[in-house]
Design a protein around this ligand. Structure first.
Ligand code: AMP
Length: 536
């Protein structure tokens, strides 16, 4: 097995330098050029003072240059921190502060965000910008320390790397229940284990043409990128502006002649809903993979009926255990819309355990809390030992081969067929359009707004492609004019758009249960009824 993820690129560059590595909008980058450009970027970063273990923020949508950025950051022995470029500046600022980033590699379209960030003196003084974009927006004020044109001054030979497989490769920030996003540290070794398993299991080869649909701050993108490079295959970046246009996505799969598609189920669901897949469509497509949430069986049946030539695999796992920890390839099209699709069995090197509230094993067939151990486990949350201790526990069975287990917060059970079935969550984490959201983060932000005496946030099933709808209930301060529209706008200053509530209830007081806690069940019922006002 390789030591560091960049070796996949180096290996292909040596053997097949002309082979296509990355494609976007008809533009192609070969493995040879990817390797050279990443070497140059690594040397530039090192010359500019980047040291082993430094965090480099990647603030860009998917692009060929962003992929060069990731490989270059690895080659400089640094850690990449991909940040959603559509996040509001205060949220990005929290991540930059938490990671003590001294470098941002930025791409087209983020100029206003950078300008907003650099209004703060502390960032202007401490953070340098490498501009990986093609065209810098007119009127942008931020100073960039280098741009793509500067790479040519550096040698294309690989720099020496001191990192080893258990060093951090990237930090992925997910929603945090107390209001601050939390950074999941992922090592080279964890990714390599998953990628190697996937290569063997799916039989990927250099003839593959793999999709890259999720944005770079989703952990699925890590498999897209390194799953492709491990096989010496082609990575087809789905242009971000197509990502929620079902017709265009279908056309993209056709014209790119993809052999593998991987995304969150919402996208597949959306394409099914708009009926954009024809009978025997996508003749080259051999594998459809999804991960991150339940793929509704009616939509799965839609896909399987139209693509009898493809295999369909459900991957399950949280970011904290690296991409996915279990899998299930659906053997034949289910004949019932209500059929439950298992999350299957553990990927090689992983273990999934069902435990009760005392961390003892559950009886066979009984639902339990799902814990994961094995090679994919993150070392923990970035500089947050308390949160890490709460989620990563010593294995109650003790000792080798697995020392820690991760508490997923998911409920699951083993069916009569010996396969695991996902049952739901034990907490208030939800998925909406594939995004992982802690309702606590939304609630903290809502309650912090002036004029809100108290607020509570719940989620209900949308019945549509969003998966879950976020509903906010609040009590205003007397004499203060706060409306759902003003509150939504206010929240939008600190939270990304996908976290904003779309239903609102203005109440005289929040419903409480006998213990004095907010009665969220009653709130949900009220939201499901017609007591809530919709906002956009
Ligand atoms: P994330 O860290 O964004 O990958 O979210 C992890 C959570 O998404 C898990 O703990 C589950 O609640 C949910 N999840 C991931 N994969 C699946 C799946 N295949 N089926 C159902 N839920 C899933």
């Amino acid at each position: 097995m390789i030591e560091l993820l960049q070796e996949y690129v180096a290996r292909q560059a040596e053997r097949r330098p002309e082979a296509v590595a990355v494609v976007l909008n008809g533009e192609r980058l070969s493995y040879g050029r990817l390797e050279s450009a990443a070497n140059q970027l690594a040397r530039l970063l090192q010359a500019a003072g980047c040291r082993r273990g430094d965090r480099v923020c990647l603030l860009t949508s998917k692009s060929i240059e962003a992929i060069v950025g990731i490989v270059g950051i690895y080659k400089a022995d640094c850690i990449y921190v991909p940040v959603d470029p559509s996040s509001p500046a205060p949220r990005v600022a929290k991540i930059l502060e938490s990671c003590e980033n001294r470098w941002i590699l930025a791409g087209d379209g983020v100029e206003p965000l950078l300008d907003a960030l650099f209004e703060a003196d502390r960032f202007r003084a401490a953070i340098s910008v490498g501009w990986l974009g093609r065209e810098r927006g007119k009127g942008a004020r931020f100073h960039s320390d280098f741009s793509l044109a500067d790479l040519s001054a550096y040698s294309t030979a690989p720099p020496d790397c001191a990192n080893r497989r258990h060093d951090a490769a990237h930090i992925l920030f997910t929603s945090g229940s107390t209001g601050a996003p939390k950074g999941v540290v992922i090592t080279h070794s964890s990714v390599a284990h998953f990628v190697e398993w996937a290569r063997r299991y799916f039989g990927t080869t250099s003839a593959d043409r793999m999709s890259a649909h999720p944005p770079l701050h989703f952990d699925l993108s890590v498999y897209d990128i390194f799953g492709t490079f491990a096989a010496g295959a082609q990575l087809h970046l789905v242009p971000p502006d197509l990502s929620i246009l079902p017709n265009k996505l279908a056309e993209f799969v056709r014209t790119s002649e993809l052999t593998q598609w991987f995304s969150v189920p919402s996208v597949l669901n959306y394409m099914a809903k708009f009926d954009v897949v024809r009978a025997n469509d996508f003749p080259t497509l051999r594998r459809v993979l999804w991960c991150g949430e339940v793929f509704p069986t009616p939509a799965l049946r839609y896909w399987m009926a139209r693509l009898p030539h493809a295999t369909f695999t459900n991957l399950y796992g949280p970011t904290e255990t690296t991409i996915a920890s279990s899998y299930y390839t659906v053997p034949r099209c289910p004949d019932d819309d209500r059929a439950a699709i298992p999350i299957g069995i553990a990927c090689e090197g992983e273990e999934l355990l069902l435990l009760d509230e005392h961390l003892g094993p559950t009886a066979l067939g009984e639902p339990g809390d799902l814990y994961i151990g094995g090679v994919g486990l993150s070392p923990g949350y970035w500089r947050d030992p308390e949160l890490t201790r709460a989620a990563f526990l010593p294995d109650p069975r003790g000792g080798e081969p697995m020392e820690r287990i991760y508490r997923t917060g998911d409920r699951a059970m083993v069916g009569d067929d010996g396969l695991l079935y996902f049952l739901g969550r034990t907490d208030s984490q939800i998925k909406s359009r594939g995004y992982r959201i802690e309702l606590g983060e939304v609630e903290t932000a809502l309650s912090a707004i002036e004029g809100v005496r108290e607020g509570a946030v719940v989620a209900i099933q949308s019945g549509g492609f969003e998966g879950m709808l976020i509903c906010a209930a609040y009590v205003g301060e007397p004499g203060r004019e706060v409306t759902p529209v003003t509150l939504r706008r206010e929240l939008g200053r600190t939270l990304p758009a996908y976290m904003l509530p779309s239903r609102w209830m203005v109440l005289g007081s929040l419903p409480r249960n006998a213990n004095g806690k907010i009665d969220r069940r009653r709130l949900k019922e009220a939201c499901e009824g017609d007591g809530a006002e919709a906002t956009r």
